[in-house]
Design a protein around this ligand. Structure first.
Ligand code: BT5
Length: 254
């Protein structure tokens, strides 16, 4: 706590040695009225979640598994912006602390050499046309060893310690992530989403690629051409521009 340099984010920290999912706990806390900036951190998650009820491997003391509660004044359909904001904040913080240059894969992955280093899971509670709360869950593989990873992710995942060949301080990285998140969040409040979008595009490894969009009901191919003001991915199929919203799709290189 001594190292925290932020004014809002992380001023209240709810810490667990072990929990099912920090996102679930943050949603409970938010529903009970936890204030903006509250974070839920756990050393380990038993049932860490990805999107579409996928799992998130969260071994004890090896990563940063945490969730941030925000209560932004924007519209429910703007919530995906939080995912992009978080990805940019984490990418910047990783560079500051480790010197590693990462890429962002739309909407919620941070990759290094095509392997997943970070996942972001944004969940929202809205009533009528107002956001009650947003929970941004972030999973960062800090000192996770590749050898110990479950078979299913061994070939697709990596960690900062695997890349650097040495352990990385989780507390230094977490405090830096909070600092970057706060900067970007205040920037959105002052200047809207445009500056974040610009930064996001600098890190993007998705734009310009031929991709396969795997939705719940349909799959299609196209070129990822842009991101719109709501954080949706615009995909040129050759016939038309499809607008793809986060949450319900996966994308792969075609
Ligand atoms: C995500 O989902 O990438 C969002 C992950 C969010 C995790 C954080 S941790 C704190 C907070 N509390 C939670 O319960 N969740 C959040 P998605 O794009 O659906 O990717 C999930 C897929 O990533 C899985 O199906 C695996 O293939 C892969 N995967 C699982 N664990 C991984 C890990 N530790 N590192 C890299 N890839 C992983």
């Amino acid at each position: 706590k001594a190292k925290i340099k932020t004014e809002i984010l992380g001023q209240k920290i709810i810490y667990y040695k072990e929990i099912g999912s920090t996102n679930n706990e943050a949603k409970l806390q938010a529903a009970k009225g936890a204030r903006e900036g509250t974070i839920v951190v756990s050393e380990q998650q038993g049932t860490g979640r990805g999107r579409l009820s996928r799992g998130w491997y969260s071994p004890a003391q090896k990563g940063i598994w945490f969730s941030l509660i925000l209560r932004p004044g924007f519209l429910p359909q703007e919530a995906p912006k939080c995912t992009l904001m978080a990805a940019v904040a984490i990418a910047k913080a990783i560079f500051t602390i480790t010197g590693i240059e990462v890429g962002i894969k739309w909407p919620n992955d941070i990759l290094y050499n095509g392997k997943k280093l970070v996942g972001v899971l944004t969940e929202m509670n809205a009533e009528m046309d107002r956001i009650n709360y947003i929970v941004i869950g972030m999973g960062i593989n800090v000192n996770v060893s590749n050898k110990e990873m479950p078979e299913e992710i061994k070939d697709i995942a990596t960690s900062l310690s695997e890349i650097k060949g040495e352990t990385v301080s989780r507390i230094d990285l977490l405090t830096q992530v909070l600092a970057e998140l706060e900067n970007l969040y205040l920037l959105i409040k002052e200047q809207g989403f445009a500056p974040i979008l610009k930064l996001w595009k600098q890190y993007s490894v998705t734009l310009g690629q031929d991709i396969k969009v795997i939705g719940v009901n349909e799959t299609f191919y196209g070129k990822a051409v842009d991101i719109d003001d709501f954080g949706a991915l615009l995909v040129d199929t050759g016939e038309k521009i499809e607008r793809v919203l986060a949450g319900d799709v996966s994308i792969r290189k075609a």
